[in-house]
Design a protein around this ligand. Structure first.
Ligand SMILES: [Zn+2]
Length: 141
């Protein structure tokens, strides 16, 4: 049976960082500059299908990306989400949220509240990309 999966067939965005287990991509979404996804490389559906070491590694990467986003963009809040109902291939959303973003305080999948954009500029997003690209995991064990 052929697997038709967007995250198996494409990188899922601009790859900022990767290792042999997972990758970090920048999501192309005008309303949410700096929105990143951490994607497990293999087609696995649930976190509990990973061995403990894999889970730990995956979450270490998610939290490291969260720190980069907080340091560079200083959002009001970070939203971490793992849904996968549409694409059942393990991935975590790391979404910087601002009071002025299109959906705040709803989730980004909720009812839109306004047309405004947050004022995160392209150069700032590039700064975030560079920061993630240089990501070194310090909490391996
Ligand atoms: Zn897949």
């Amino acid at each position: 049976m052929a697997v038709i999966c967007e995250l198996c067939n494409t990188q899922g965005g601009r790859v900022l960082w990767k290792d042999n287990l997972c990758r970090v991509v920048l999501v192309d979404d005008d309303g949410y500059p700096g929105y990143c996804r951490v994607i497990w490389n293999d087609h696995i559906k649930e976190m509990t299908e990973l061995a403990a070491e894999g889970r730990r590694h995956f979450m270490d990467v998610v939290f490291a990306v969260e720190v980069c986003v907080r340091d560079v963009l200083a959002p009001e809040k970070i939203n971490l989400a793992s849904l996968g109902n549409v694409t059942p291939h393990l991935h975590w959303h790391v979404i910087p949220r601002f009071r002025s973003d299109p959906h705040f305080p709803n989730t980004i999948w909720g009812i839109k509240q306004r047309d405004e954009q947050c004022n995160i500029t392209g150069p700032l997003v590039e700064q975030l990309c560079n920061r993630v690209a240089g990501l070194v995991l310090t909490a391996q064990r």
